[in-house]
Every structure is written in C-alpha cells, then in structure tokens.
Ligand binder design. Structure first.
Ligand code: PEP
Ligand code: CO
Length: 409
C-alpha cells in the first residue's frame, strides 16, 4: 500500500542505477533479495515531506550566525538499542548537550541524531583478524552481525527489513519527543540522519511527492554521503543529488578545492539555502593545510554551504597497548577550534559539530576521567568507532562555545 502524497515510479531508470556504488554488500544472488526489495518498495515512508521541508527551512538559518547545529549519536546504531527507553536516553543526551551549547553560545541549537537508520558502515578493510582467523569486517547491522565467530558475519539482505523496522521504532520515539517540545519544535528537532550507504536500501525508499513531483528520500530526514563514497560519479552522490532532502557530505584530507566545488555543483546546482551541509573531517594535523583553500573556493563560487565540523573521524588511532581504536579528546577539541577559526576567517558561519557520543558512560576516547589506554578497557562497547562520553562531549562543547561567546562580546 502506498501512502497518500506519494506515487510509485515503476519502470523508470534512476540516475544512480547507472553509477558505480562503492562499499556495497554483494547479496543480489541471495534467495531473499528480490522479495526484500519489493517489500521495502511498498513499505510506508519513514519520514514525511512536511518534516523534511521543516528541517530544510530550519537549516537555512545555519547560513548566518543566528543558530547552531549539534549532530550527534553512535558511530553505528545497534538493532538491540532501538527500544523506546534506549531512544529516549539517547535523545536526553543530545538535549543535554544541545542545551549546554545553546546556553553558552546564546543561540538556538538544531538537534540532529545520528540515529533512526545509522546501520551501515563503510570499511577500509574487507576483513579483520581475530587471533589466527581472518573474517569479514563488521559492516553495520543492516549488513551483517558484530559477533566475531564465523559464519555469523555472513551478509544477509533480510537485514534491510530489520533496519527498516528498527528505524521505524526510533523515528516514532523521536517524533513523540519532538511533540514534547511544543512551540520550540519549529527549530529544535530532534531530526534523524544517517550515512546513505547501501543503495539497495535507500533507493527503495525514494518516493515522488504527487503534489510537486519532487523526489524524497523517506528513510531519514538528513542523509549524508561518507568520505569513502563521495565520488562525483558514484551512486551515493547521484542518489542524494536526486532528492530534495537536505544533504550532508563528509570531506576528508584528500579532498581538493576542485573536488569540493564539483560536489557543491552536483549536490546543490540551484544553490538552494538549507540544502547542503559540508562536514570536514580532516584530522588535527591536516586541517590547517587542507581546509582553507577549499573554503575559499566554495565561498568565491558563491555556494551557500552549511559548515559543520566532524572533529572525530580524522583523529582515530589504534592504541598500541590494548589494540583498541580510540581518539584523544585533546585532538578532537584542537581540530574543532581550528575548523571554527578557518571558517570564520572566511567570513562564514561555523555552524556546529557532528560528533559520535554514547548515551552510556563509555571509556572509548581518552580524555577527562579516561586517563590512558588502560582505562579504555573499563567500558568499551562501541560497535564501530570510539565515542565520546557525555562528560567528554561537554568539554568539547564548552571549548567550542567559549570562542563563540568571546567573539560576541
Ligand atoms: C562515520 O561518520 O561514521 C564515518 C564512517 O565517517 P567518514 O565517512 O567521515 O569516515
Ligand atoms: Co564513525
């Protein structure tokens, strides 16, 4: 059954179908594949046109210093943590951090969760070692299991249906939470976001609005394209270029000013306000060299870009002693502040932060009460990248907001 407002588009060749898609699970031969895709194609949309339009309108305010954004959540969501209490707890953390940022910077803060669909991970290595064994890497609950015992790392397209159901649960709880804000809803969110990675899944949830004929990605409010899949001629960029949702794009240290300008032209050819968010994630040691010429090129071309810092993904290290991935809070803060300075030197608004943060008191990043590598072992539960705990995220936000407040004075 189709939902009111959306029409089916059977038989059309979509722009992304003729583009190569990086980082895809090879499951098209699986017996369940066809049925899963048909089921998703006829499933109700997870988000509405009105919500997406609302978010676009809110995001346009990030082009000036009027508002800030906090995009936060797990690196990879877990199917086991999509219950209403789990979602409420995650939203409480985003609210606590958003409120702190808003109070210190004296700005309203748009809240966006890395949640309600963040179930697929791009991986640099196809396999990982477990003692003597080499097994396929964990690629997010939409694709395989985190359990490191063969054969449970097999990919399974049915997981796309489970991801859809899990997202639905989270999104319903987020909608309830949004209602609780009352009149503040106009700005605050919380909105959903995830990396639009698995084309089989995302493509089935693209729908045409029968009033305007526009395409919407109905799996989330704010999809983004990751550093490993931001190819101009890639399927993920083509998909996000085809829909009217606001779109994010990560920008890593190998990006050139030309690459980024072309991404702006592809993802926002009509230069619409509130449409494109660029999320540099350069690393503390690279940002000073790489980001300034990119920002200059984009600004000189007159592209209205929302600039958001991901100070985490360029600062991941493997701890030599305990062998776990970690990040030093000091590096994260350094990159975030360098980002803000670079953006402001170019007379643009440094709109906010994109961070990985846990709702529980994890010890995955080093800083604050997590003093060294040995402390990492105390409570390390991330399915993928190391997340800040709430105290560490608060320290980052306070450092960021201090600069904003000083500039205002
Ligand atoms: C992520 O956000 O978890 C991620 C994989 O980021 P990036 O694409 O920037 O590496
Ligand atoms: Co991550």
């Amino acid at each position: 059954m189709r939902s009111p407002g959306f029409t089916a588009d059977f038989g059309e060749l979509w722009p992304w179908e003729s583009m190569p898609a990086a980082q895809q699970p090879e499951w098209r031969e699986h017996a369940a594949y066809g049925e899963v895709c048909r089921t998703l194609a006829s499933a109700p949309p997870l988000v509405t046109v009105a919500e997406i339009q609302h978010l676009r309108w809110s995001l346009a305010r990030l082009l000036t210093a009027e508002a800030l954004i906090l995009q936060a959540g797990d690196c990879a969501e877990s199917f086991y943590e999509c219950t209403e209490p789990h979602t409420t707890e995650k939203l409480r953390v985003i609210d606590t951090l958003g409120d702190r940022l808003g109070d210190l910077a004296d700005r309203s803060v748009i809240r966006v969760g890395r949640m309600g669909g963040q179930f697929a991970k791009p991986r640099s290595q196809a396999t990982e070692r477990h003692g003597e064994l080499s097994i396929p890497s964990f690629r997010g609950h939409m694709i395989n299991s985190e359990i490191a015992a063969p054969p449970t790392r097999q990919i399974n397209p049915r997981r796309m249906l489970w991801a859809y159901d899990a997202s639905g649960k989270v999104l319903r709880a987020m909608r309830e939470h949004r209602r609780g804000y009352g009149r503040m809803t106009a700005l605050a969110g919380p909105w959903s976001s995830h990396e639009a990675l698995v084309i089989d899944y995302e493509a089935q949830l693209v729908r045409r609005d029968s009033d305007t004929n526009d395409l919407y990605l109905t799996s989330t409010h704010l999809p983004w394209v990751g550093e490993r899949t931001r190819h101009l001629d890639g399927a993920q960029v083509a998909l996000l270029a085809s829909v009217v949702n606001p779109a994010g794009c990560k920008i890593g240290p190998t990006a050139t000013p030309d690459d980024v300008l072309h991404l702006c032209e592809t993802l926002n050819p009509r230069r619409e306000l509130g449409r494109l968010m660029l999320i540099p994630r350069m690393g503390r040691d690279r940002i000073q060299d790489v980001l300034p010429p990119i920002v200059r090129r984009v600004v000189n071309a007159g592209h209205p870009v929302i600039w958001v810092s991901d100070p985490m993904h360029g600062n991941t290290v493997k701890s030599p002693e305990v062998g776990l991935k970690t990040r030093y809070l000091a590096d994260v803060i350094t990159e975030a502040l360098q980002f803000r300075d670079i953006i402001e030197e170019n007379r643009q608004h440094a709109a906010g932060l994109h961070i990985e943060v846990a709702a529980s008191d994890v010890t995955e990043c080093i800083g604050g009460s997590v003093k060294g590598e040995d402390d990492l072992l105390r409570h390390y539960s991330s399915l993928c990248d190391p997340r800040l705990n709430v105290d560490q995220a608060t320290e980052l936000i306070e450092a960021w907001a201090k600069g904003v407040a000083t500039r205002q004075a």
